[in-house]
Write a protein that binds this ligand. Structure first.
Ligand SMILES: O=C1O[C@H](COP(=O)(O)O)[C@@H](O)[C@H](O)[C@H]1O
Length: 247
């Protein structure tokens, strides 16, 4: 497990631009080294702002979009195209504007997908897709996994005190999430921690406490799930000044 590094930017706009630039470099490096790369996207305000910043920069052409696998860390279990789905936001901000290979864009199943309104079956389906892509182990060694963080210190759809925090399966259905919608799909800690790099993105004063907990050496990941978000090689907390104000 890596100790987090903290980078503070003046405001959310600069944070999004800097994270987008970092993403271009990381993906291009991975593609140069291995031929392909994989990223895990997050929903939420900053996560989507990073994708919009990436779409807006000319540097995005340094990425071979046809050789990039795109996954999600969590999803709201709603019909395809629902504006509240993380996938919908990511497509509008970035993926609809790029020559990504549709077969490599691995959206989590929707409520009107092949498993209908059975989130457990949908979670198993996504786990099978991850396993098939992994070669070895239950999930791929993602190059970069991005996570937003809630004011309650949740990451992905791992909310404080909920059973999903203890689940060893790679993907789970979440019921009764405190933030709507209540039914979600989420990667679990073992999957998050399989990533080479984990980037926690936070902007705004409402996230300051969660960021503080996420970096506290004695934090309990059941109470503050962000404190369990760590990458194998690197963990970055990419913050704006307001989110860093409690440090
Ligand atoms: O519900 C969710 O919330 C978090 C954080 O969102 P934010 O708008 O407060 O930044 C997000 O990371 C997660 O993917 C999403 O499903």
């Amino acid at each position: 497990m890596t100790s987090p590094q903290v980078l503070v930017h003046r405001d959310q706009g600069l944070l999004a631009d800097a994270a987008a630039a970092r993403l271009v470099t990381r993906i291009a490096d991975a593609q140069a080294a291995r031929g392909s790369a994989s990223v895990v996207l997050t929903g939420g305000g900053v996560g989507t702002a990073v994708l919009a910043a990436l779409a807006a920069t000319g540097a995005r052409d340094a990425i071979d979009w046809s050789r990039l696998d795109v996954w999600w860390g969590d999803e709201r279990f709603l019909p395809a195209g629902d504006p509240e789905r993380n996938e919908t936001g990511a497509r509008a901000a970035l993926l609809d504007h790029l020559p990504a290979d549709p077969a490599r864009v691995h959206a989590m199943p929707a409520l009107d997908g092949p498993d209908g309104d059975d989130p457990e079956a949908a979670a198993e389906r996504y786990a099978a897709e991850l396993r098939a892509a992994a070669g070895e182990g239950p999930v791929p060694s993602f190059d970069v996994l991005m996570l937003g963080v809630g004011p309650d210190a949740h990451v992905a759809s791992l909310f404080p005190g909920m059973p999903a925090l203890h689940d060893e399966r790679p993907v789970v259905a979440v019921h009764g999430a405190p933030k709507p919608p209540p039914t979600r799909l989420s990667l679990t800690f073992p999957s998050l921690r399989a990533a080479g790099e984990v980037w926690v993105l936070a902007a705004g004063e409402s996230k300051a406490k969660a960021v503080q907990l996420g970096l506290a050496p004695d934090a309990d990941r059941v109470q503050a799930p962000v404190s369990g978000a760590r990458g194998r090689h690197r963990t970055l907390f990419l913050l704006d000044r307001a989110a860093a104000s409690g440090l």
